[in-house]
Design a protein around this ligand. Structure first.
Ligand code: ADP
Ligand code: ZN
Length: 289
């Protein structure tokens, strides 16, 4: 039996499938252009590769309320052409169980089932890339709510040297995403994050912001582990600085071994690496079988 998944991102869409033996047998990448064009290519992939369940992990905001008329839609994205796109309907005539969740909830589920969060009931997965988002798995299920968590837009404190900076989020001047995403690093320094490794100030500031987010996540959700993925986290030093500052800002308040003595095992990189998203998407379909 094959299980399919779609990781719907703002620049590319990954389609793939696995079976009971192998999590990911095949995956293919399709550029995200206009919805009709892109989704028809995705559909063609699953007409060729017939699967028994299909999970969709999508950028958003999306409608996750199964009783809503727009369930399965991408709602209010700034991405041109994609506002109010009915994603899930395209796949209903495949007549198989479908799953639908945010891209980060999908990746979080992937890591919980098969990666760094295995065996845990409370896990946060964050991506620090073009955008910033956190998937939240609490008490053995993915967290939804009024809509879904938008943890990337938590407000944080600007560094005193960064007060004049205005980042790319059109809604907030001091949300995490606007201060710490890949594009915000590029906007601030005029070069891409991967070309700034030698500039220590970049990573001091970046970790100042990420550590605030870590403290907020720990304070609010009490996760057993935090997994940080996305392009910007490819710089190993950033992870180390973020762990160190998280401990510093918590200031001994949470007296747990995991934080006080084992923070290297508490804030970690994804074990599924760049496949967390697609493997998680596949899992989103599987859990509805
Ligand atoms: P997306 O979020 O679009 O799915 P990524 O997670 O790769 O894609 O995030 C892209 C961002 O990550 C870009 O802003 C890019 O500059 C940054 N990035 C990519 N690779 C690296 C790297 N090796 N080190 C630091 N930053 C990186
Ligand atoms: Zn914002």
């Amino acid at each position: 039996m094959l299980y399919g998944g779609i990781e719907l991102g703002g620049t590319k869409i990954i389609c793939g499938y696995g079976d009971d033996e192998c999590l990911l047998i095949d995956k293919t990448s399709i550029p995200t252009t206009r919805p009709e064009e892109t989704l028809s290519k995705v559909k063609a992939y699953f007409l060729k590769n017939r699967v028994s369940s299909l999970g969709v992990a999508s950028f958003g905001p999306i409608d996750l309320n199964q009783r809503s008329e727009t369930y399965g839609y991408i709602i209010t994205t700034p991405k041109p052409f994609w506002e109010n796109t009915d994603v899930l309907s395209c796949f209903r005539d495949l007549d198989i169980p479908l799953g639908f969740d945010t891209d980060v909830n999908g990746a979080c589920l992937g890591e919980v089932k098969y990666g760094a969060g295995r065996g845990l009931s409370n896990v946060i997965y964050g991506t620090i890339g073009t955008g910033i988002g956190f998937g939240v798995y609490l008490n053995d299920q993915l967290l939804h709510g009024l809509s879904h968590p938008e943890t990337g837009h938590m407000l944080i404190q600007k560094h005193e040297t960064d007060k004049e900076f205005h980042g790319p989020c059109p809604y907030h001047d001091n949300c995490l995403e606007t201060l710490a995403s890949g594009p915000s690093i590029e906007k601030r320094y005029g070069r891409k994050a991967q070309d700034l490794y030698e500039n220590e100030k970049v990573w001091e500031l970046e970790s100042y912001y990420l550590a605030q987010a870590m403290v907020n996540c720990i304070a609010m959700y009490s996760p057993q582990k935090i997994i940080l993925g996305g392009g910007v986290m490819h710089y190993q030093k950033l992870l180390e600085l973020t762990r160190m500052k998280t401990k510093e800002y918590l200031n001994g308040y949470i007296k747990k071994e995991e934080i006080l003595n084992h923070i290297d095992d508490y804030i970690v990189l994804p074990e599924l690496q760049d496949d967390a998203g697609i493997i998680g998407a596949i899992e989103l379909g599987k859990i509805n079988m």
